[in-house]
Design a protein around this ligand. Structure first.
Ligand code: FE2
Ligand code: FE2
Length: 250
């Protein structure tokens, strides 16, 4: 199954990059990592989605970015046949492959100045969101478990951004949850100037952990101005084993 992901189109701002892409006819699922528009502009959101549809007709599942304001979420849900996951989960099945997607805007370790000033309960909301996502991240009978977020899920993909801004761009509290639950593909956007991929590692911290092995998980930043392309994965089951390869979309 070919799965693509992209975030941070920001409406007209980075639309040109989408226009340069080759068609993605093999794509079977497209995951939108938020900020498809800029400053909550619904028309520019439509422009971005139309451009993605022109590239390929795969079903779209998305999360909201900070540019898609809370008060308009219902509007976005009504438009363009996209399934939005707002601390929610859905399963997508195709050709015998069951994909479970957990979607969230994500959290910030330190809310932005605007959020701190205008949303007094935001610290608590971010904390609750982390707990909710951790509960949703169960594999059950899915072949493939995906975590899709807007804000960064680690600081390691923020390298390239100003270091003193990391805590206002994501939450590294997701790292331990990711290492505990082991999603197969982990995606976020929001860090336009960050790093495309980073690996997090579960280290042996105590004697009890000894012999349990280490777990390594790669986190992908699919921010369009950074990647300059859709990020694509080929996931397939062979002899009961799951193989995931990052590859060209077209
Ligand atoms: Fe963003
Ligand atoms: Fe963005």
């Amino acid at each position: 199954m070919m799965i693509g992901s992209v975030g941070d189109v920001h409406g007209r701002k980075f639309l040109e990059i989408l226009k340069e892409q080759r068609k993605m006819e093999q794509l079977e699922l497209l995951l939108l990592a938020g900020d498809m528009t800029d400053s909550n502009d619904l028309d520019q959101f439509d422009l971005a989605i139309d451009e993605l549809r022109r590239l390929g007709g795969a079903p779209m599942i998305g999360v909201f970015g900070n540019e898609e304001y809370d008060e308009s979420h219902q509007e976005y849900r009504k438009r363009k046949e996209i399934t939005f996951l707002d601390d929610e989960v859905m399963t997508f099945e195709k050709e015998g492959m069951k994909v479970k997607i957990v979607g969230t805007t994500g959290s910030l370790d330190r809310p932005t100045w605007w959020q701190r000033t205008n949303l007094p309960d935001i610290w608590r909301r971010y904390q609750l969101r982390i707990e909710k996502v951790s509960q949703l991240l169960t594999r059950d009978d899915a072949d493939l478990l995906i975590l899709l977020a807007h804000y960064a899920l680690t600081y390691k993909t923020l390298v390239g951004e100003k270091e003193d801004r990391y805590s206002e761009m994501g939450s590294r509290r997701f790292e331990s949850i990711i290492l505990e639950t082991g999603p197969d593909i982990v995606l976020h956007a929001h860090a336009h100037g960050g790093t495309r991929t980073a690996t997090i590692l579960k280290e042996q911290k105590s004697l009890e952990d000894f012999g349990k092995g280490t777990r390594k998980i790669t986190i992908y930043n699919v921010s369009l101005p950074l990647t300059r392309s859709i990020t694509c994965f080929d996931a397939r089951k062979e002899d009961g084993n799951l193989h995931i390869m990052k590859r060209e979309c077209g």
